[in-house]
Design a protein around this ligand. Structure first.
Ligand SMILES: C[S@@+](CC[C@H](N)C(=O)[O-])C[C@H]1O[C@@H](n2cnc3c(N)ncnc32)[C@H](O)[C@@H]1O
Length: 272
């Protein structure tokens, strides 16, 4: 192995450590080239030639704004409307039962990305709760400011909204045409149900006020190691109301983690 290659490996380990400390993401070795490519864009934007120098700025947290941009650059934000749609079918049933409770229902969407998931949740609430008798409020958080800005706007291309059933799209999205491209923006009614905030799931205690009836945390814990996953789900447990539900991604599980949740079905858990 050449000297350069060895140096690179040292930097890669350093980069992995920085990312783990910053947001709890355990980066597998095969993702390193992708991440290096993403941060090289930040280097170029700042006119910094060497990767080592960029890493030093991040490590020393001398530039808080750059630190946020670094996290924005490394996060993977894939999402879409009605992703894992069985969850929304179950939620519809649960919301219908909530309608008799006559109190506000609170939901936390803890890895909201660009908003497709929280807006899907908001449409599900509007369709299945009587909002006048049972008000509904949602907190939607993510570590990445870039996607949160898009989520607050709630504006999507025709391609992005194609998973939304047509009737719901007509009811909950305003259509606008700019040049050749058509856009669909979530209605004010939908947007008003959601408060978007930046929150890092790897830093405790969480600055949120519970109790929540539902917590959705899907397709993010897959990037965390087991000790962090355990801390995260136990924090969720304390923030849920008794009888409240935790939804995780279909490809995720709580196997091997110490917790008091009761499994309801694959990827859905209840606090009894
Ligand atoms: C793959 S997306 C999943 C989005 C959505 N939950 C879904 O299932 O479609 C993962 C999201 O988790 C966010 N994320 C990564 N690490 C995080 C952390 N430590 N705290 C909060 N959000 C984080 C990313 O910015 C990204 O938007």
């Amino acid at each position: 192995m050449g000297r350069n290659e060895q140096m690179q490996r040292k930097d890669f380990d350093r980069l992995r450590y920085i990312i783990y400390e910053a947001c709890g993401i355990s980066l597998s070795k095969d993702k390193i080239p992708l991440v290096v490519n993403r941060i090289s864009k930040r280097q170029r934007a700042l006119g910094i030639k060497s990767q080592q120098e960029y890493l030093r700025i991040i490590e020393e947290e001398k530039d808080p704004e750059e630190f946020v941009k670094f996290i924005d650059a490394i996060s993977t934000n894939t999402t879409y409307f009605y992703r894992e749609k069985q969850h929304f079918e179950l939620l519809t049933e649960l919301f219908k039962k909530d309608s008799s409770k006559g109190r506000e229902i609170k939901l936390w969407c803890a890895a909201a990305s660009s908003g497709e998931e929280p807006y899907t949740l908001a449409m599900t609430a509007c369709e299945s709760l009587n909002l006048r008798r049972t008000p509904f409020r949602m907190l939607a958080t993510d570590i990445c400011t870039k996607v949160l800005d898009r989520a607050v706007m709630g504006r999507y291309t025709e391609k992005q909204v194609e998973n939304i059933p047509k009737l719901l799209r007509q009811k909950y999205f305003d259509r606008e045409a700019t040049g050749k491209e058509k856009y669909f923006q979530a209605t004010a009614q939908l947007r008003e149900l959601i408060l978007f905030k930046r929150l890092n799931l790897s830093k405790f205690p969480y600055p949120v006020r519970g109790p929540f009836d539902y917590i959705f945390c899907r397709n993010v814990m897959i990037y965390f190691d087991a000790p962090l996953r355990e801390k995260v789900i136990n924090a969720f447990y304390s923030l849920l109301r008794r009888g409240g539900y935790l939804f995780i991604g279909h490809s995720e599980n709580l196997l091997g983690l110490q917790h008091s949740f009761k499994g309801v079905q694959a990827s859905v858990f209840r606090k009894d």
